[in-house]
Design a protein around this ligand. Structure first.
Ligand code: UDP
Length: 230
C-alpha cells in the first residue's frame, strides 16, 4: 500500500494521465474473453492486486506479491495524500448523490482535501465529451471513476486524451458506495481470512454468475502450472 501511494506521488510529477486498475480474479477471467479489457489491463500504468485470489496465484506460480492492495482502501490513502499535497479530487460515477456524499465524508476525514467536483454521470460514450469538459473545468488532478469493471477502466482508457488536468485516474468499483455508507464492507475478520467475496455474495446474491469466475480462475491456474497454454 505504501509503495502504491509513493508510485502515485511519482505519477503526479509527470504531465500525462496515468491509469490505475485494480484486478481481481474476475477481472483476469473477463479479460480472457474481452480483448479490449485485456489490453487496457496490460497497458495500465499500475495494476494493484485487489483480490486475495491473485496473491494465492502469484505465490503458487513463484512470483509472490507482498500484500493485497484493495481499491476500497487505496481510495482512503490517496484521499489523505491528496489532502496533504493539495491535489484536487474529482469523484465520478455511482448512483445519484453518492459521489457527492462520498466527497463530504472524505473531506471530514481529511481536512484540507479539495473536492474539485462530484458527478454521477453515465458510462455511455455519448456522454464522454460533456463529462470530460466538466472534469477539465474543475482542474482535478486525481480522478476516481465508479462505473464498475470493466466499464470504468474502458471509460478512463478511451478518455485519457480528452482529460487535460487529470494525472492519475483509477477505477474504484463500488468504493464510493462504501465511503458514503450506502453499502457496508465485510467484517474485518472476513477481510483477514480473504473471504470478503463470500460476504458480497451473501449481500448481493445476483453476483453468483460473475463469481463463477473464481473456480474458472483456479482451474486455469492448475492448467497453467501443469504446463498447459490456452
Ligand atoms: N455504476 C454506475 N453506472 C453504471 C454502472 C455502475 O454508476 O452504469 C456504479 C454503481 O452505482 C456502483 C459501481 O458503479 O457504485 C459499481 O460497483 P460494483 O460493486 O459493481 O463494482 P465492481 O464489483 O465491478 O468493482
Amino acid at each position: 500500500m505504501a509503495q502504491t501511494v509513493a508510485q502515485v506521488e511519482a505519477f503526479m510529477a509527470g504531465a500525462h494521465l496515468h491509469q490505475i486498475c485494480t484486478p481481481n480474479p474476475e477481472f483476469v477471467m473477463a479479460a480472457q474473453r474481452d480483448h479490449t479489457f485485456y489490453d487496457i489491463l496490460n497497458q495500465a500504468d499500475l495494476c494493484i492486486p485487489d483480490g486475495v485470489g491473485l496473491l494465492w496465484a502469484a505465490r503458487w506460480l513463484g512470483q509472490p506479491i507482498p500484500e493485497r492492495v484493495p481499491g476500497s482502501e487505496l481510495v482512503y490513502h490517496l484521499a489523505a495524500a491528496a489532502a496533504a499535497h493539495h491535489w484536487p479530487l474529482f469523484l465520478l460515477g455511482a448512483a445519484e448523490g453518492v459521489a457527492e456524499q462520498a466527497g463530504q465524508v472524505l473531506q471530514t476525514l481529511y481536512p484540507g482535501l479539495i473536492v474539485a467536483g462530484s458527478y454521477a454521470g453515465s458510462p455511455d460514450p455519448a456522454e464522454d465529451e460533456r463529462i470530460c469538459g466538466r472534469i477539465n473545468a474543475s482542474g482535478a488532478r486525481l480522478l476516481y471513476v465508479a462505473y464498475g469493471a470493466p466499464q470504468q477502466d474502458k471509460w478512463i482508457h478511451r478518455n485519457r486524451g480528452r482529460l487535460t488536468t487529470v494525472q492519475v485516474a483509477i477505477g474504484v468499483g463500488g468504493a464510493l458506495d462504501f465511503i458514503s455508507g450506502k453499502a457496508t464492507r465485510a467484517p474485518r475478520w472476513m477481510q483477514h481470512l480473504g473471504v470478503e467475496w463470500l460476504y458480497r455474495l451473501w449481500r448481493e446474491p445476483w453476483r453468483w454468475r460473475r463469481m463463477l469466475a473464481l473456480p474458472r480462475f483456479v482451474w486455469r491456474l492448475l492448467w497453467q502450472k501443469a504446463g498447459g497454454r490456452g
